[in-house]
Design a binder for this molecule. Structure first.
Ligand code: COA
Length: 260
């Protein structure tokens, strides 16, 4: 599969998705979002892929936001459509994915770029990265889930400060408020993301998918997360991987999971 705005690479069972519009600081235009949907859908359905790492091309930007030039002339109808389609096809697709997705934030993650990182399950930042939701400085608010996911991660007070001031924060500030899981040097960014992903890939894939679904349920309106946890927990008992996991433990050996 070849793309105009993405590079796809593999390290073992990890699929790397690199947003590749460096001259526009990897801003998410319509074509890039469509390609991201295709690449993610394919990765979630490809048995050879265990997890996905998303990053930006170059060292300056992860993603500097949605492409401002593209929506400059939009009205409320087209604006609403932009947010709904984007959330549905890319941001919620990642968040609800059945495989782990890690954002390796290599530079500016602004607006839709930070929202992309927020939709991922784990975030690692280079110490040079800067993050923010500058939409109110454009007369907008975040539309790809940022108001909801940032609040869930850092709490209402910090989320409101970041969104209302439109100011950028450093990687270390993001770490202090729980917005990113780790801060490393630019050189160590992908190795660190791969190290974490490889640890996840040792675990039972269906249990990993169930854990993602159960944790996500904690912030879904109208969903009782405790009930979701019971249902996902119960499902695990019918998997071969559960039998393999407990048998390997009792036999004092490492499990070999097959994802069934
Ligand atoms: N949408 C479209 N184009 C963007 C973009 C975006 N979100 N962010 C950067 N670009 C483009 C610039 O227009 C410029 O293109 P050009 O060379 O054809 O003029 C190119 O990327 C480089 O950006 P530039 O602004 O010249 O780099 P800089 O180092 O001076 O500043 C930023 C970097 C990130 C501070 C600045 O680009 C910026 O503020 N971007 C917008 C961030 C934003 O508001 N995002 C939220 C969108 S909802």
């Amino acid at each position: 599969m070849s793309f105009q705005n993405l590079l796809i690479d593999y390290t073992g069972r990890i699929q790397h998705i690199i947003i590749n519009r460096e001259s526009k600081l990897n801003a998410l235009n319509k074509a890039t979002l469509a390609e991201l949907h295709t690449a993610l859908y394919d990765a979630f359905h490809n048995d050879r892929v265990g997890g996905i790492i998303i990053t930006g091309a170059g060292e300056k930007a992860f993603v500097a936001g949605a492409d401002i030039a593209e929506f400059a002339a939009f009205d409320s109808i087209r604006g609403g459509e932009l947010a709904r389609v984007g959330q549905d096809k890319v941001f919620n697709l990642i968040s609800n994915g059945n495989k782990p997705v890690i954002a390796a934030i290599n530079g500016f993650a602004l607006g839709g770029g930070l929202e992309l990182a927020l939709a991922c399950h784990i975030r690692i930042a280079a110490d040079t990265a800067k993050m923010g939701l500058p939409e109110v400085s454009l007369g907008l608010i975040p539309g790809y889930g940022g108001t909801q996911r940032l609040t869930g991660l850092v709490g209402k007070g910090k989320a409101l400060e970041i969104i209302l001031t439109a100011d950028m924060i450093t990687a270390n500030e993001a770490f202090q408020i729980g917005l990113v899981n780790h801060v490393v040097s630019q050189d160590n960014l992908l190795p660190k993301a791969e190290e974490i992903m490889n640890r996840i890939l040792l675990r039972a894939p269906l249990a990993v998918a169930s854990a993602i679904a159960a944790v996500n349920a904690s912030s879904q309106a109208g969903v009782n997360g405790f009930e979701t946890e019971i249902a996902e927990f119960a499902k695990c008992f019918d998997t071969d991987d559960f039998k393999e996991g407990v048998t390997a433990f009792l036999e004092k050996r490492k499990p070999v999971f097959k994802g069934v």
